[in-house]
Design a protein around this ligand. Structure first.
Ligand code: GRF
Length: 215
């Protein structure tokens, strides 16, 4: 069984999906710790309910990004996990930590990368009247939201009035596709081989997994 750490900053609905899929045995992993930079993140309560150890590393207590990342790195090193899962962790990591964990750290981002890296992706989709939107799961690299893409989930967009509805639909996609990809990684079916992602016995439709959701 693999050991994973999940890093959050907020509500933790993705964390919940991962907790549930570990508990059911769908993902063959144990969550060794949930780490948050935000002491008030609701996701910490979700972890406590599931009896998962938590760790708060509040960035406000560190004088620089590097000092924070050093502390985070030290803690992750002690945990000795196989995979680090960023699930709504709203901090940019320095290249030192991103390079060190390259291939062992993944992130979910609410856009079809390389479109819309960074914040406010849903607003941008609405402003530009995009007809598709989605989520991307990628290995974390030193460049923001730009590491090798493992999978994307796409939805069609037609109602440009209701951003909350769009966010809700994107969350639903995330809660399906993120546990699925984590499962594959924990089963050694997906891994980073030098700079290229290896997919073993997995159906591919682009150079990565690409799914359309009717949600
Ligand atoms: C998700 O939309 C994720 O894509 C983004 O942050 C959000 C986190 O949501 N990186 P939650 O905390 O998992 O509910």
């Amino acid at each position: 069984m693999k050991k994973i750490a999940v890093l959050i900053s907020g509500g933790g609905s993705n964390l919940q999906a991962i907790i549930d899929k570990c508990a059911s045995g769908y993902i063959n992993a144990e969550i060794a710790c949930v780490i948050s930079n935000n002491p008030h993140a609701y996701g910490l309560e979700r972890a406590k309910v599931a009896n998962i150890p938590i760790k708060v590393l509040n960035h406000k207590n560190y004088a620089s990004r590097l000092l924070y990342d050093d502390e985070l790195s030290l803690f992750l090193e002690q945990l000795d996990v196989d995979l680090i899962v960023l699930a709504g962790f709203m901090r940019i990591l320095s290249s030192k930590i991103a390079d060190y964990y390259y291939g062992r750290m993944i992130n979910i981002h609410p856009s079809l990368l390389p479109k819309y890296p960074g914040l406010n992706t849903h607003e941008k989709v609405i402003q530009n009247k995009d007809i598709i939107h989605g989520v991307s799961i990628h290995y974390v690299s030193s460049e923001l939201d730009a590491g090798p893409i493992i999978a994307q989930g796409e939805i069609e967009v037609s109602n440009y009035q209701d951003i909350n509805d769009l966010i809700k639909r994107i969350h639903k996609v995330e809660h399906q596709i993120y546990p699925e990809i984590i499962k594959y990684i924990c089963d050694d079916k997906i891994y980073l081989d030098i700079k290229k992602i290896a997919f073993k016995n997995i159906k591919m439709n682009k150079s990565f997994i690409y799914k359309k959701y009717d949600l």
